[in-house]
Write a protein that binds this ligand. Structure first.
Ligand code: ARG
Length: 292
């Protein structure tokens, strides 16, 4: 933001100079005055912007731009082991709904988006240092909110239970004392740990499903859409069951960002609103989620 105002200021000053020293005709008093006024305005704006950087968050709502965007790059952490929200594409780069969403957000904000693929369990603690934000089908939880802030939620989810095709597990009671496979640090992991001490944690969700197929675990708890993708991938071997049947509560996905960076939250929320209004968001849902 400061850079932009400085540019505007320079432009206004250049105009003043050009007008004042115009080659063919001397500038009229009126023109010079108008240009001088512009310069003064720009100076005032710059001062305001500088003051607002120091002012408490509530007062910066209008002019604020997050420090995270100052370098023109938005570094986004993800864990590309979670189709259809993020997975490694054929070209070896992270792809998926969240990746397309953050790229569209970056375009709206006029910044370059750089993706860092890392372990899901490392994302929250990397925000504000290694990465600016995390987009990873991440559920808003009170525990995470102690460390990071979240944008408005952009997707509703629920945990599913993946079972061997011939499993008899059907009720919440049946889940007790079973060997459960989960992705480390996920909400599915937290649910599993409340049910039993026999939890196998994997860095890659697909490895949990592989162990389910191999008979090393009795069930896998994972979010709905990835569960449906895996049900497809392991067709005939596993079934994905809606966790509502076991009493699991709905969850909300949102982008996680540094605690207290309300400017960034506002800017991303505004960008998401625009993407919803112009139809881009629905397009991405169709392309990445409903096509599954
Ligand atoms: N929604 C779950 C959570 O927040 C799982 C997210 C896993 N995401 C991923 N990209 N691996 O814990």
């Amino acid at each position: 933001m400061k850079k932009f105002l400085a540019l505007a200021l320079t432009a206004a000053m250049t105009m003043t100079m050009l007008t004042a020293c115009g080659s063919s005709e001397p500038a009229s008093a009126e023109e010079t005055e108008a240009a001088t006024e512009e310069t003064t305005e720009a100076v005032e704006e710059t001062t305001e912007a500088e003051e607002s950087t120091e002012a408490p968050a509530e007062e910066t709502a209008e002019a604020a731009t997050s420090e995270a965007l100052a370098d023109g790059v938005l570094t986004v952490g993800t864990n590309a082991e979670f189709p259809p929200f993020e997975y490694v594409g054929d070209d070896g780069e992270p792809d998926g709904f969240d990746m397309a969403l953050v790229k569209a957000i970056g375009e709206k904000l006029g910044v370059e988006v750089q993706i860092e693929n890392m372990e899901f369990a490392s994302l929250v603690s990397s925000i504000g240092s290694k990465i600016d934000i995390a987009a990873a089908g991440m559920t808003v939880t009170d525990e995470r909110k102690e460390t990071v802030d979240f944008t408005n939620s952009y997707y509703e989810a629920v945990q599913y239970v993946i079972l061997p095709a011939d499993s008899e597990i059907a009720t919440a009671d049946d889940l007790k004392d079973k060997a459960i496979g989960v992705q480390l640090g996920t909400t599915g992991d937290f649910i599993a740990e409340e049910l039993t001490s026999n939890v196998s944690q994997y860095n890659k969700a697909v490895d949990a499903v592989n162990d389910l197929v191999n008979g090393r675990v009795d069930l896998v708890i994972i979010d709905k859409n990835p569960a449906l993708v895996f049900e497809n991938k392991f067709e005939g071997q596993v079934v994905a069951v809606d966790g509502a049947q076991f009493g699991f509560e709905p969850e909300e996905y949102a982008i996680a960002l540094p605690k207290g960076d309300t400017a960034l939250a506002d800017q991303i929320n505004a960008a998401i609103d625009e993407l919803k209004a112009d139809g881009t968001f629905d397009e991405l849902v169709k392309t990445y989620i409903e096509a599954e």
